[in-house]
Design a protein around this ligand. Structure first.
Ligand code: AMP
Length: 383
């Protein structure tokens, strides 16, 4: 079993190919824009259409959750798709996601589904301000959201949302969610094999800039929180009979974790595992879907990941910092686009914090606006 087809030909498929090649796995990707099977690293190399890709693959997986349902159905019919189309669809529809969380008793923000003005009024009556409204389908990186903070804005928010619903496809809807006064955003990346074996990475602390993940920090974590997250991971992945890497995003409120959302795939907040863990998330995803023994998920050294957003170069001086690695995705430059990431590790958190501070002093402030503040706070915390 060594031929893998990934639905989606972006950076996640690319990093799967990079991780799979040493394992003797042959990773190809179905580019949903061209409808062609390509090499994720060399997208000019074309290997036919979807039908040929399915026929040639031993296993099929996905790098994003918004794959067209007819493509998922075709892949599932082949018996080669991992995780199941049900799991992938749940990641792409907040209503299904909430239903899964409820069925597993996984704590999450109080919420209501909205299609009509009556639903909207009901949500307002049941929730207190501030409320966040999210499109049920096609939302990512904070897109497709409205925040209602003051009663004075109720009419204008409904006006915008009703116009959006009227112009959207019939299956679209909105989820109203209680805004949670969280202390931190954390995520758990874990992996489950066909036989039910589960391994989870340490919880990762995530920071966003303009709604996009900017920094993920993996360092030793409180065991109570880690156990809580692990229990949620086992419940959700078991319920779905999940195979592969699954990411769960949490809000930490005091000692409690509330699930924000799940991603049925390798995840941006797990990119640090390339340098900070025994086995990276990309290799573990491939191991799971190819039914190979899972690799260790232990943190081997504190590591941070910094996303490069909208820039196609950084100063070469960053490479003068010890334990810095660059990961470019070879994508065309566009504002707001994830172009690559930097991983940086330290023997301990203090050393990592100092290296982050050095990195922030080299990188352009406009492109990495929050990095210096983050690094300075981390240096003070680890002193
Ligand atoms: P999402 O697309 O659901 O991950 O939301 C994007 C960002 O909005 C999250 O990373 C949070 O910073 C914020 N957010 C989403 N839902 C809530 C919530 N219920 N309470 C507070 N902040 C939220």
């Amino acid at each position: 079993m060594n031929k893998v087809l990934v639905l989606g030909a972006g950076q996640l498929a690319r990093m799967m190919e990079l991780a799979g090649t040493p394992l003797n796995l042959d990773v190809k990707a179905f580019d949903v824009r061209s409808d062609k099977v390509v090499s994720p690293i060399y997208p000019d190399r074309i290997y036919g259409d979807l039908q040929q890709g399915i026929a040639n693959a031993d296993v099929i997986t996905a790098e994003f959750e918004h794959v067209k349902h007819d493509v998922l159905a075709e892949c599932e019919q082949s018996g080669k798709l991992f995780p199941t189309s049900e799991s992938i669809k749940i990641g792409g529809d907040r209503r299904l996601e909430k239903a899964l969380l409820e069925s597993c008793n996984a704590a999450n923000a109080k919420h209501y589904f909205i299609n009509t003005k009556a639903d909207f009024d009901n949500a307002l009556a049941q929730l207190s301000l501030p409320i966040i409204f999210k499109t049920a389908l096609e939302g990512y990186d904070g897109k497709g959201q409205w925040r209602l903070k003051s009663a004075a804005d109720i009419d204008s928010v409904w006006q915008e949302m009703s116009e959006f619903l009227a112009s959207a496809k019939e299956t679209q809807g909105i989820v109203a969610e209680q805004m949670v006064p969280f202390d931190r955003e954390l995520s758990l990346v874990g992996v489950r094999r066909v036989n039910g074996d589960v391994a989870v990475y340490p919880l990762t602390e995530n920071h966003h800039t303009n709604g996009i993940l900017s920094v993920s920090l993996a360092a030793p974590v409180d065991s109570q929180l880690q156990d809580q997250a692990g229990t949620v991971f086992k419940a959700l992945s078991g319920k779905l009979n999940y195979v592969g890497v699954l990411a769960i995003e949490f809000f930490q409120v005091g000692e409690q974790l509330l699930v924000n959302e799940i991603a049925p795939r390798v995840h941006n907040s797990g990119h640090w595992t390339q340098q900070g863990a025994d086995t990276c998330q990309f290799e573990n995803h491939l191991r799971a879907i190819c039914d190979l023994p899972l690799g260790g998920t232990q943190l081997i050294r504190p590591t941070a990941m910094i996303n490069i957003i909208g820039e196609d170069s950084v100063s070469d001086d960053v490479l003068s910092i010890p334990s810095v690695t660059m990961h470019w995705y070879k994508k065309g430059k566009r504002a707001g686009r994830k172009m690559g990431h930097i991983n940086v590790s330290g023997d301990n958190e203090q050393q990592l914090a100092e290296r982050l501070q050095k990195l922030a002093s080299i990188l352009c402030k406009q492109a990495f606006p929050d990095l210096a503040d983050f690094a300075n706070a981390y240096v003070n915390k680890t002193k």
